[in-house]
Design a protein. Structure first.
Length: 511
């Protein structure tokens, strides 16, 4: 069988070739950053593909479909994995680059591999930036507005901003541009660059540890030692992502409202230092803060300097590093200048990040807005509720507004009911003798909402209901249905079944 495949494809010898690569000095946990980054990338592509099954890119549906993703525990977890996977990937690319930098592994003949690696970092950052907009909540909107404004700063930038934004203001076109960049353009660039990165890597072989005489090193093999260590590292990354996805899922803010200019945007942690720079430079130049490009009137060239010139020069320096560091040896002693510079740049980046974080917190405190809790946000109907589809086939909001919240809940609750409850309680809640009691015209159902919530969450058995007893129990729903589904279905049975007209139940009332 293997011979058959080998004779027709050459896959077996290719795999053998791939696995028997030499590693100067033997396998080491120091070499796992590259493969761990690649693992994070594959995880991002996988979770990202599945997220497109649920996400609908347009101004009327982006937030709504994200909300639906949050409300379903499985898709919420998927999103949470994608969110932490992004952080992991950026952190790992950065660590990988940092290690190559410290070890001087970018030196001849690996200059091009270094350049491709730096481009990969940029692509990863663009992926983070473009993904940040997609939920279309307040922060997504205003933080992206800052980056779009930055694109508009340099001469000719207005054109670039117009293209990225898809017109004069942010809207559906912006979401579609960012979506296209996030799911097609950048992933394609990423895969192509990773391919080039690996091909160049195979051509030159690993750089190995920093030693004066490479001939003294005993060569090791990729398989099985390094492969094993790479696997362990990827597994550790995987478990960290799963753990964080469980304990710290991302936060969905209220739907983007362009009129709410008091909102203070906060960037992803990996862009904090740029925000810090932006806020810091005006302090040096003219003694006044410019809160995140909201007021551009002050001194455009100062912002241009902080937002474009400094980061661009920094990027170019990193890119051409192999030609700046001309020492022929990789030893730490002879590269003290580069190493100290790296150290101070990293200290500066960390310091700027903390500075940005504290400034943002001060701005938020000064804005005096009490942030809503996520339950409040998820429970609230979208501001544009008016019968718009939320991209999941469910209808959000009621025509005519007014009692919009309640009637949206009734509609949502009806579908929960027909999927989970009508088989026993009947399509119109009329009940079935011997199977389940009626819920229509049932004073318990229209009575104290707390008692109804309790029964639906925890189930019920052996009670005489409406003059009957039932051998089978009423199932407990708290592990099968989300809080929102429970609130919706109770709102429906209290107010949507024939003869019932009791009050709606809010998600926050469900434990
Ligand atoms: C497997 C059949 C079955 C399904 C499915 C079912 N129920 Fe029940 N339900 C019952 C039975 C049986 C009782 C009565 C239990 C008893 O007497 O102990 C009951 C009781 C109730 C009661 C209490 C009625 C009263 O007057 O005390 C409510 C409220 C209720 N169900 C709501 C729901 C909702 C909402 C759903 C869907 C999420 C649902 N049920 C799905 C069988 C079912």
């Amino acid at each position: 069988m293997l011979n058959w495949i080998e004779s027709r494809t050459g896959f077996i010898s290719m795999t053998k070739d791939f696995l028997t690569e030499d590693i100067p000095g033997g396998a080491s946990y120091w070499y796992v950053f590259g493969s761990a980054t690649m693992f994070a990338m594959i995880l991002q592509i996988t979770t990202g593909i599945f997220l497109t099954f649920f996400y609908a890119p347009s101004a009327a549906t982006a937030w709504e479909s994200t909300r639906a993703i949050y409300l379903n525990p499985y898709t919420h977890f998927l999103l949470s994995m994608h969110y932490w996977g992004a952080s992991a990937m950026i952190a790992l690319v950065f660590l990988h680059l940092l290690q190559v930098l410290i070890w001087g592994a970018y030196k001849s003949p690996r200059e091009l591999q270094w350049i491709v690696g730096v481009l990969l970092l940029l692509v990863t950052l663009v992926l983070g930036l473009s993904g940040y907009l997609l939920p279309w909540d307040m922060d997504a909107y205003f933080a992206s507005q800052v980056s779009l404004n930055i694109a508009g700063l340099p001469p000719g930038g207005a054109l670039l901003q117009g293209i990225a934004q898809g017109g004069g203001t942010m809207g559906t076109d912006t979401i579609n541009r960012f979506f296209g960049i996030h799911v097609w353009l950048m992933p394609a660039a990423l895969v192509a660059l990773v391919g080039a990165h690996l091909a160049i890597f195979r051509h030159n072989g690993p750089a190995g540890p920093v030693v004066d005489d490479p001939r003294k090193m005993r060569p090791g093999r990729f398989w099985p030692d390094q492969m094993f260590m790479d696997g362990i590292a990827s597994l550790v990354v995987f478990f960290i992502i799963i753990f964080l996805a469980f304990v710290a899922p991302p936060f969905l803010d209220a739907k983007a409202d362009p009129t709410n200019a008091a909102f203070v945007p906060y960037p992803a942690w990996y862009f904090l230092f740029l925000f810090g720079l932006l806020n810091f430079v005006p302090v040096l130049m003219q003694g006044s803060h410019i809160p995140f490009l909201v007021s551009q009137a002050n001194a455009p060239w100062v912002e241009l300097f902080a937002a474009i010139v400094i980061p661009t020069i920094g990027g170019i320096i990193v890119l051409v590093l192999p030609w700046l560091d001309r020492s022929t040896t990789r030893s730490f002693a002879s590269r003290a200048g580069i190493l100290w510079t790296t150290f101070f740049v990293i200290v500066a980046i960390v310091a700027l990040s903390f500075y940005a974080q504290s400034t943002i917190q001060a701005h938020i405190a000064a804005s005096g807005v009490t942030p809503q809790t996520e339950d409040q946000i998820l429970a609230a109907p979208p501001p544009n509720a008016g019968g718009t589809s939320n991209g999941t086939g469910e209808t959000v909001g009621a025509p005519g507004g007014g009692a919009g919240a309640a009637s949206a809940q009734v509609t949502a609750g009806q579908s929960v009911f027909s999927q989970n409850c009508s088989s026993c309680h009947g399509a119109n809640g009329q009940g079935q003798p011997g199977v389940a009691p009626p819920l229509a015209k049932n004073p318990f159902v229209t009575g104290d909402p707390k008692a109804v919530i309790n029964v639906v969450e925890n189930g019920l058995h052996g009670q005489a209901v409406m003059g009957q007893t039932f051998s089978a129990p009423m199932p407990a729903w708290k592990s099968t249905l989300s809080k929102k589904d429970i609130a919706d279905v109770i709102t429906f049975i209290r107010g949507g079944l024939p003869g019932n007209s009791a009050s709606a139940v809010k998600v926050s009332a469900v434990k």
